[in-house]
Design a protein around this ligand. Structure first.
Ligand code: PLP
Length: 443
């Protein structure tokens, strides 16, 4: 601050976040050092790796999200330039966690949130606003409370080794969110404008982005129908909001970092013509009791099967991948196709694009069935099985309990596991260890 600047209470209040950030950054320099050491170690390991990170994206291998087509009677769209900010007072600011390793998942929230209301009767989307984190007030008839008119996204902000904060392929999340909005009778919006508002929220709460490469700030954009009427109909009033939560690792794993799964064909997560391919809250509540059943059997996740042939669809809240030796004797990475039963995961899409670009092994989107898994295991051709998603990047699988039998998967026994290479490549992009168009810097 220059001496010319008149310092009054208003200036101090307006700049409190910068001051706090400055003080905390000085205090946290120690943990930054450990990040730099990790970066150095990573670079040394990289020189031994078979796979190079390609910093360009070959568009032949990526699915750019399609622009959303809004309903004719949607009304006004919101713009980030209309964003209004009401900062929390110093007394409202919460202490930030000291130990990033003990964060767990989604238990703590930052000081602010983003809110954008939609009211058809007022012309459409209203002005976006950032406010202190606060409870929502709604009518007890609000559609979200009765018909689960709700959808959400899961994204993360990562503090890079260069100190910059990045989010990963946010255009993909926005596209997925709008597709779910269309299916739920909720208003659509311009994803780019939402990301600009979100970037401002992240800048305000930036000190909550953990200073390590083992934790991150989870971003939970949510869209709910809030009309105070009981008809099962499109929402004429809605709330699009986002909260932020510093997170460590999502899943409980076994001692070697791998997960064990319950595969019970009597439970189904999604079905043809349903909404298994959309991130709607209504898909998740019915999985909770099955997850409890898995836990009671000492298993960490549920492997969701579908159909007479027991197709593998998803694992917990992740897409599933298998690395194996195919009938032609070639190494191949396979994942189920986007046939409506599967969430079009952004991690899934990135893994497919990356490994196709590497060209080191075959890559295929095709059905995987349990009989196929059993046969490949018996023949020693199944090399790795892993889940993939934003929460954990990749999660290796070492055991499946299927029809009362334990199948042991040798994922953790491979000398140079493919899932590790994938994890390293993706986290290097997320934490800015390599410059890549998928890692979008917040400024
Ligand atoms: C059911 C389900 N499958 C897969 C995923 C992985 O998707 P993404 O890679 O976009 O996080 C998620 C998490 O969002 C999920 O909830």
């Amino acid at each position: 601050m220059t001496t010319k600047m008149a310092i009054n209470a208003k200036d101090i209040f307006r700049n409190q976040h910068r001051l706090i950030r400055f003080i905390e950054q000085s205090i946290r320099l120690c943990s930054n050092q450990s990040l730099k050491a990790a970066q150095k170690q990573q670079q040394q390991q990289k020189s031994n790796a078979d796979f190079e990170i390609t910093t360009s994206i070959n568009t032949q291998y990526t699915n750019a999200p399609e622009p959303i087509k809004h309903d004719k009677d949607l009304g006004d769209l919101f713009k980030a330039s209309q964003l209004q900010v009401r900062l929390a007072s110093p007394q409202q600011l919460q202490p930030k966690p000291d130990n990033d390793e003990e964060l767990g998942f989604g238990k703590l929230f930052t000081d602010h949130m983003l809110k954008i209301y939609y009211h058809k009767s007022l012309g459409g989307w209203q002005k976006p606003e950032i406010t202190p984190l606060e409870n929502l007030v709604m009518h007890p008839a609000a559609k979200v409370l009765h018909y689960a008119v709700e959808l959400f996204e899961g994204m993360k902000a990562y503090r890079g080794v260069d100190g910059k904060i990045r989010i990963f392929r946010p255009d993909m999340n926005m596209s997925r969110m709008n597709l779910a909005a269309q299916r739920s009778g909720l208003p659509t919006f311009e994803g780019k404008e939402f990301i600009k508002c979100l970037s401002r929220l992240l800048t305000i709460d930036s000190e909550w982005v953990p200073h390590t490469d083992t934790a991150s700030l989870y971003i939970r954009p949510t869209l709910i129908g809030i009309d105070p009427t009981l008809g099962v109909a499109s929402s004429d009033s809605a709330l699009l909001y986002s909260i932020l939560s510093p997170v460590g690792s999502y899943f409980k794993t076994g001692s070697n970092g791998a997960v064990s799964l319950l595969a019970d064909p009597s439970y189904v997560r999604a079905w043809p013509g349903g909404v298994g391919n959309r991130k709607m809250g209504s898909n998740y509540a019915p999985t909770i009791n099955v997850q409890k059943e898995a836990a009671a059997k000492g298993l960490q996740q549920v492997l969701w099967l579908y159909g007479e042939d027991h197709q593998l669809t998803e694992v917990g809240t992740m897409n599933i991948f298998m690395f194996y030796v195919n009938d032609q004797g070639e190494q191949e990475l396979i994942t189920p196709p986007l046939n409506g039963l599967i969430l079009p995961g952004i991690t899934r899409d990135s893994i497919l694009a990356m490994s196709r670009q590497w060209g080191k092994f075959k890559v295929r989107e095709d059905l995987i069935t349990m009989p196929m898994v059993c046969d490949l295991l018996n023949q020693g051709r199944l090399l790795e099985l892993f889940g993939a998603g934003t929460a954990c990047v990749v999660s290796p699988i070492n055991r499946i309990n299927y029809l009362g039998q334990d199948l042991y998967i040798p994922t953790m026994e491979q000398e140079k596991p493919v899932h590790e290479l994938i994890r390293e490549t993706l986290t290097d992009i997320q934490y800015g260890k390599v410059d890549h168009p998928w890692g979008v810097v917040i400024d």
